[in-house]
Design a protein around this ligand. Structure first.
Ligand code: KG4
Ligand code: ZN
Length: 328
C-alpha cells in the first residue's frame, strides 16, 4: 500500500511516501531558523511557514519517491495533538490532495506516529514493547501492545523534557532548539559539577516533572553572575542534561520493572540525544532487553512515522472526510 503522509503539527513541514513498511521518501523542512530568534516556536509564525512550504514539500516527497499522486492508495495526515493553526494547514492540504482523486484519507494522532516510527524498515519492532516518547511537547511512557494504540503508563505533570532543554538552553544563552545546543555544549563539561535535582525519583509512579529543574538552573545561573556563567557554561549544560536524562532513564528503569516488557523503544526529538541513547542502551543490556533506536530523522517530527501509523488505521473514504477539522 502506497501512502502519502503530511505532518505539520509543530514547526517542521513534513511529507513522506511509504510502500508498506518501506520509506520511499521522507522530506522535512525545518522552520527552526525562523523561530530561533524568538527562542521557541511561535504558533502564528509556524502556521504561516507551513502555508508556504507544504506544497513544495509534498512535491519533493512525491518526486523523490518516483510516485505520482494518482498512484497513491491513501493520503494520511496528523489531526491531533499540536498547534491548531499548524495542524489545520496539514488537514486542509491533505483533503485538497485526496478529494479531487477520490482517494481515502487517514487521520493520525501525532503520538501514535512517534510510536509507529518503530514499525518501519529496516528491522521493524513488533508489539509488545515499552516506548519512551520525549519531545518538545510531550514526555510519556507508552505501553504498546498493538499496532494501532498504546496505553499511557506515565507522563509529565508540567514541562516536557524537550521543553526543559529548550528553556534551559535559553537561560544558558545557547541557541534554539535547545536539546542539540545543550548536548553540544555539554561535551566539554563535567556532568557532576552541579547537583541538579533528578525529580520524581522518590515518587512511586511513572510520571515526570521538569519545571523544578528549570528553576534550579535559573537560581544557579543567577548565583554565578555573567562572567562566571560564561566560564562554567559547559559544566552547567552537562549537569543539566544529566539531570533531564537521569529522570527519563530512572522512570524507564522503573517501568521495565520485574520483567514486564522485553523490548524498549525511544521516540520524539529528545530520543536523538546521545547520552539518553547510551544510558538506555546500558539499561537494556543489563536487563537483557531488546532496544530499538530509530535513526535521528525518525525521532524528530517527520511524516514517514505518520504514514507508518496510517497503515494500521481505518481509512475514511471520500467524501466522509470533507468536514474534518483538527484538534489542538
Ligand atoms: O519530536 P520533536 O521534533 O517535536 C515535537 O513534537 O516537540 O522534538 C523537538 C524537541 C526539542 O525540544 C529539541 O530541543 C529536542 O527535541 N531535541 C533534542 C535533541 N534533538 C532535538 N534534545 C536533546 N538532544 C538532542 N540531540
Ligand atoms: Zn513530535
Amino acid at each position: 500500500m502506497i501512502v502519502l503522509a503530511l505532518e505539520t503539527s509543530c514547526d517542521d513541514t513534513c511529507a513522506a511516501v511509504t510502500d508498506d513498511a518501506r520509506i520511499l521518501s521522507n522530506v522535512i523542512s525545518s522552520q527552526a531558523a525562523a523561530h530561533a530568534r524568538y527562542g521557541g516556536v511561535v504558533p502564528e509564525v509556524a502556521s504561516r511557514h507551513h502555508l508556504e512550504l507544504i506544497n513544495p514539500v509534498v512535491d519533493a516527497a512525491l518526486g523523490e519517491a518516483g510516485v505520482e499522486l494518482i498512484d497513491v492508495d491513501a493520503v494520511a495526515v496528523t489531526r491531533e495533538p499540536g498547534l491548531i493553526g499548524a495542524l489545520l494547514v496539514g488537514v486542509a492540504t491533505a483533503k485538497g490532495l485526496a478529494a479531487p482523486l477520490r482517494k481515502p484519507l487517514v487521520g493520525v494522532n501525532h503520538l501514535q506516529g512517534h510510536v509507529a516510527a518503530n514499525f518501519l524498515e529496516p528491522d521493524p519492532l513488533e508489539p509488545p514493547f515499552l516506548c519512551l516518547i520525549a519531545s518538545g511537547g510531550h514526555t510519556l511512557l507508552a505501553g504498546v501492545t498493538s499496532h494501532d494504540s498504546f496505553e499511557v503508563l506515565g507522563q509529565t505533570l508540567d514541562d516536557a523534557a524537550g521543553e526543559a532543554l529548550d528553556k534551559g538552553a535559553r537561560l544558558l544563552g545557547l541557541g534554539y532548539p535547545g536539546g542539540p545546543a545543550i548536548q553540544g555544549e555539554a561535551e566539554g563539561g563535567d556532568p557532576a559539577a552541579f547537583d541538579f535535582p533528578v525529580a520524581m525519583t522518590r515518587d512511586p509512579g511513572l510520571d515526570f516533572s521538569f519545571s523544578g529543574l528549570k528553576t534550579a538552573l535559573l537560581y544557579a545561573t543567577r548565583a554565578l553572575g555573567e562572567g562566571e556563567l560564561e566560564r562554567r557554561r559547559a559544566d552547567l549544560a552537562a549537569s543539566y542534561q544529566a539531570a533531564v536524562v537521569g529522570q527519563l532513564v530512572a522512570k524507564l528503569e522503573r517501568a521495565v520493572g520485574p520483567g514486564d516488557w522485553d523490548a524498549v523503544a525511544l521516540g520524539g526529538g529528545v530520543a536523538a540525544n546521545t547520552l539518553l541513547r547510551e544510558r538506555t542502551a546500558a539499561l537494556c543490556e543489563a536487563r537483557g532487553l531488546r532496544l530499538k533506536l530509530v535513526p535521528g530523522e525518525l525521532c524528530t517530527d517527520n511524516a514517514a512515522m505518520i504514514a507508518s501509523a496510517a497503515r494500521f488505521e481505518e481509512p475514511a473514504p471520500y467524501p466522509e472526510y470533507l468536514g474534518w477539522t483538527a484538534t489542538a
